[in-house]
Every structure is written in C-alpha cells, then in structure tokens.
Design a protein around this ligand. Structure first.
Ligand code: NAD
Ligand code: TDX
Length: 331
C-alpha cells in the first residue's frame, strides 16, 4: 500500500509517519509538506531513509495531482493550525485549509483514490462550562475563529465531493492533542518550555476554559482504524474523555516540574476564546472497536515534559520567534 501523508512534518503528521513506519512495514509512505514554520524535517529523522519526502505546497495542483496519481490512499493532515495566528493573519488559513483541501479533493476524485480528512472538534464551536453535553456527529457546525471556520469549510468541501462526485472519503474530528513534536506555540509545549527556560507559564484569562486532551498516538491509532475499517462517506469523532480546565493543566505541569503550582502569570485572553470542547467518541468505540491507550493524562504529560527536556535542540530556535510574537500581542 502506498500512502500520501500531507503535513507529515508537523506535530500529528510526523507522529503518524513515525508510527506507520515502525508498525506497518507493508506501507510505503510519501510525505508532502511545505515546511512552513510549523514543519520540521528533524521530526522525521528516525524514518528519513524509509520514506519519500517531497517539499511542496498542497495548493500546487499539478504537484498534488502527480503525487495522488501514484497513491492508494491520502491522509490529509496539512493545515495552518494555530488559532492565535489565525486572529493575527487569516489569509494563509484560507489558502492552505480551503484551497489546499480543494486541490486534494480534485486529485482524489480524478484518480479515484481513498481519502481521509483530518479535522477538529472546533468546527462545532464551543459548549457552556456547566453543560453536560458533548459534541456528537450530529452537532451542527458553528465555528468561532478564522482557523476553525476554515477547517469547517474544508470539511464541507469533503462532504460535497462525497455526495456530488462519489469520492471515497472519511472524515475525523478530534479533540486537543498533546505529545512529542508539538510546536512550542501551542499551550502545553509553550508552558513546559517556558519553565525549562526559567520563564513563568502564561495562562489566558482566568484559565476556566476546558479542553478535551488526547495523546497524539491515540489520535493516530484511531485514524488507522478509520482508514482500514471506516465506512466511506462517514464522519468519526475521536476523543479520550480527557476534559480538564487550563488552570488545572498549568498547575499540573508546574507541579510535575518541581515548581510552585501558583508560579504562573495571567495574560490577555484570546479574542473569541472558545469555552469548552468535549467529544463523545462512542460511535468509534462501539462500531470500530477503538480504545485509547493513554488513559492517564498525568503520566502522558510527564512523558511529554521528559521529551521536551531531552530534546532542547528540536525546539530552541522556534521558541525565540514564538515568544517575540506573543510578547507583541501582550500574551
Ligand atoms: P502543525 O501546525 O503542527 O503541522 C502542520 C503541517 O502542515 C506542518 O508540517 C506544515 O509545514 C504543513 N503545511 C502547512 N501548510 C502547508 C501547505 N500549504 N502545503 C503543505 N504543507 C503545509 O499541525 P498539527 O497540530 O499537526 O495538526 C495537523 C492536523 O490535525 C490539522 O489539519 C489540524 O487542523 C488537525 N487537528 C489538530 C489538533 C491538535 O490538537 N493539534 C486537533 C484536532 C485536529
Ligand atoms: O499560552 C497560552 N495560554 C493559554 O492559556 C496558549 C498558547 C493557550 N492557552 C489556552 C487557549 C486554549 O484554551 O490553552 C488552550 C489550548 O490552546 P491551544 O494549544 O492554542 O489549542 P486550541 O486553541 O484549543 O486548539 C488546538 O486544538 C484543536 C489546536 O491548536 C488546533 O489545531 C486543534 O484543531
């Protein structure tokens, strides 16, 4: 089987490629990645000899067409992925998330190639803090940010290409991932690397916002399960029942790193900040028999802290640029 992985040098994509090469010797992987600020070839160093790597943009229709023509399946991770960046400059989000997905859909349609679309729970908007409800496959789309609205738009394109052109596609909407190789702009790695640099963690607002954390390896095992056993045309929600408010996460990171749990700063809140995300993944569990393996968040967080501690060179350069950008926003 030959699979094309877009965004394979990013956080989730590189973990997917590393796991695939490790666990599935029968799969030949080609990565297509533009190596934006968020992509790094060093995340693929362990498997570099076993894969084909193409540096290129998913909006390049000729390149995408040629690569899709040679593939049995496409797993589409590539995206502009950070909400704060989408507030500062939405345009790259429109180009990559919407036009890039369009280019891929046209190519899989033309060559009749199986397609899996990676999306987010943020397309559903947010839930109230005191609402026991969770997102399901039937929750109406209601995105809040430029990032989530472009992800919602890309999901809509996939659904239309399934219905109108019979494209053999599945979609998955996953909750917040954590684990190794996550860019230091994101919440958990930002706080870990702040502490490693002797800087206090930065919490947006009061820290009451809730995210539903899942280890990246569990997200990727679900993607493989859907790719192999999912029904085309369907959307699957991926989550591991990991709801926690941001304040608790910051305090846990500080404690695990041997610091005073109150040793953090409150900074300017994100505009339009979604309150709570929560995923009901029962369909994936009952129909496809998937279960997460990382059920102890504290343990997964400790392993993630250890990874950042042991891999300074992976994040040091980006860290400086990211903090300059945050400082300009008062965050
Ligand atoms: P990331 O920002 O770490 O990585 C994105 C990758 O895509 C990078 O390697 C980047 O170079 C590449 N890329 C960006 N624009 C490109 C373009 N025009 N052409 C080719 N490559 C391009 O993102 P991530 O956190 O790994 O997210 C991967 C996917 O998972 C995204 O689709 C995101 O919406 C989705 N998702 C992420 C999370 C999360 O918690 N991180 C949760 C649910 C869904
Ligand atoms: O310094 C910070 N302080 C802080 O309190 C940062 C960077 C974030 N936060 C808060 C904002 C959120 O409530 O932490 C929470 C998590 O923030 P992010 O890591 O930016 O993630 P989020 O906005 O929830 O989106 C993530 O999950 C869904 C990914 O970035 C998306 O790509 C994915 O779709």
């Amino acid at each position: 089987m030959r699979i094309l992985v877009t965004g394979g040098a990013g956080f989730i994509g590189s973990n997917f490629v590393n796991a695939t090469v490790r666990e599935r010797p029968d799969v030949q992987v080609t990565v297509l990645d533009a190596l934006t600020y968020a992509g790094s070839l060093s995340s693929l160093s362990a498997v570099r000899e076993s894969i084909d790597f193409v540096e290129g943009d998913i909006t390049d229709v000729d390149l995408v067409d040629a690569l899709v023509a040679e593939s049995d399946a496409v797993v589409h991770f590539a995206a502009e992925s950070h909400n704060d960046n989408s507030l500062a400059d939405p345009w790259p989000f429109l180009q990559t998330n919407v036009s890039g997905t369009y280019a891929l859909l046209q190519a899989v349609r033309k060559h009749d190639v199986r397609y899996h679309h990676i999306s987010t729970d943020e397309v559903y908007g947010d839930l109230a803090l005191d609402d026991p409800a969770k997102f399901t496959e039937h929750t109406p789309y209601n995105p809040s940010s430029p990032y989530s609205s472009t992800k919602a738009a890309s999901d809509m394109l996939v659904r239309a290409w399934i219905r109108s052109f019979g494209v053999r596609a599945t979609l998955s909407n996953c909750s917040n991932n954590y684990g190794p190789y996550q860019h230091v702009e994101k919440f958990i790695p930002r706080q870990i690397t702040n502490i490693l640099n002797g800087v206090r963690p930065k919490l947006y607002g009061a820290g009451k916002n809730v995210r539903d954390w899942i280890h990246v390896e569990d997200h990727n095992s679900a993607v493989w399960r859907i790719l192999e056993s999912g029904e085309t045309g369907r959307t699957y929600l991926i989550g591991a029942d990991g709801e926690l408010d941001n304040l608790s996460v910051v305090r846990m990171i500080l404690e695990l790193m041997g610091k005073d749990p109150d040793d953090f700063d409150h900074v300017t809140d994100r505009a339009g900040h979604d309150l709570r995300y929560a995923i009901d993944s029962s369909t994936l569990r009952t129909e496809l028999g998937w279960e997460p393996r990382y059920t102890d968040f504290r343990q997964g967080l400790q392993a993630t802290i250890d990874w950042y501690q042991d891999n300074h060179t992976w994040w040091e350069t980006e860290k400086h640029d990211v903090e300059v950008r945050y400082a300009a926003q008062g965050a």
